[in-house]
Design a protein around this ligand. Sequence first.
Ligand code: ZN
Length: 647
Amino acid sequence: MHSHSRSICIPAIFTILLTVPAWAQSQNAPIQITADLSDAPRKLFHAEIDLPVAAGPLTLITPKWIPGDHRPTGPVDGITGVVFTANGQTLPWRRGDVDLYEFHLTIPAGVTTLHAHLDAITLTNVSPKLAYLEWDKLMLYPANVPVRDIPIQPSVIVPAGWGLGTALTPIGDGAYPVPASGSTTHFAVTNVEQLEDGPVLTGQYFHEFALAPEISPKHYIDVASDMAEDSNLRPEALAEIANLVRETDALYRSHHYNQYHFLLSLSDTAGGLGLEHGQSSENGIGEKEFSDGDHQLGDADLLAHEFTHSWNGKYRRPVGLYQTDFATAQQGALLWVYEGMTQYLGNVLAARSGLRSQAQYRDVLAISAANLDCTPGREWRSTADTAVAASILRDGNPAWANWKRGQDYYDEGELVWLDADTLIRKMTNNQKSLDDFQKIFLGKGGNTGPLIVTYTFDELVRDLNEVVPYDWATFLHDRVDKINPRADLAGIERGGYKLVYADKPNPSETVMTANAPPTANVGVNAWYSIGLRVSADSEIKDVRWNGPADKAKIVPGSKIIAVNGQVFSPDALGAAIRDAKGKSEPIRLIVQLDNFVSIADIDYHDGERYPVLQRVEGMPVYMDDITKPVAPPAPAQSKSTTENPER
Ligand SMILES: [Zn+2]
């Protein structure tokens, strides 16, 4: 159930949702859905679904626009083995000719319950040892009804001995989070909107830890791993994650969940994952990424990012990104707030919590700022357009990605909100900050259960003006909507640092490169020198538009066979770039494109270049103020984390 605060201004769209449609009025009974994950190690889920129905035509549908994915990723293509039965008879069905997510049936007279069986072929976010259940993989429910008006009661069967973690409310025998062998775990009735938002993580090697127990409501981290030793997180990591709960509590001063579960999978094969939910988040990283501080660095902001989305993205949602069903297209125009401000806050909270040091925060920011500043696509495409076009920019093909631009609204948004934060601090002599804005924008309405309240650009501007009066509308339009050939580095500079290029990677880039998962295939970063991204196995991922390698007519997707007469290796390429410094001879590559080999001479003589933030002496150091812890210290008698006993 959703609770609603009376003090909040709820937009008109929101009020409409509260009216109960004819379908829901006629159906008191919830849909019953049992997800059987017994075959999850074989990448197959099964579902048994009982739907209350009345005689006549019925259209069932499965989700298309998955919240948080920002594109129509609903896995309808994996739904297979579909059989509908009623009163012991199999009923025929026909797919929608226009909307392929629809199943059309005619319910015979006298039938009040329709049974559906289906299997879901699930190739991502599962491994032989763990699985995420995202309910959109196997949900069927009536079409053309607001999903929050459809009651549904979920149950889950997991492989024998596997634990499970979820923010869904369990009912029954208390066997959760490690159910008795072969048993079914039942959860309280919810609605289709909330069930889609309530994933389950299950795994053979499973631990649940309570975090910062002095804070209410309760927070847990549920960890499943491919290898037995990884899911029992080391105490230092748990202490930092508990700090994240405290720092987030201090920053937002409100919450919109009954309890919160970080779901964390550690696997080199299940695939990377970061998906936000109101009361939980799915976080999938490499199996050793929490094994020590160095391995942790690359994804150190992931938990903070997805947790922040419970406020920024789930509770407060751009008006076009919220739709009353999962069939209607979501509009991304304000993703530079939804994702961009979350990118900023996730990195800030990671530093405040100790998941990253302040120096590591700056190193990582240098890497993303330099990348944006050397993205020539910004000469034709605004940041706003990367947000509007989000659903067609998520394919991740690196070829000419710098000329096309990708999902830059994340990192561009981070720079814009750092710019705003430092500007507020400067205008108020460091008495106010973007933290004060969060207390207004994300904190209005006080504490509630799961709740979605939409917002517009104008509300952002109003709330910023409440912190400090300024022409915030122009500030945001200039940075987001206009063509800006250079990245917004004003926040870094006002914060006491400047972006420069050194001849060695910054310490964090070195650590992240050395500790990247094997699947990352990290090679040579020659982007800021000759303008090439090259994988360890010699493939040219991208060529910087108008850079030295572009002028040598090198093509993304080529392989480098030789460098200055030597067989390619990452070290040979680095040495060639260093050796060419101050000389006149080009760097000579032999490259293979498809079945053809050619010579490319790169006329470049400035040596290796890597981004770093350099302190500007005499300036206020707002960036260091921003990344300092703000939460009160944990009570001395309270342990940061405890292994959660079976509940
Ligand atoms: Zn995000």
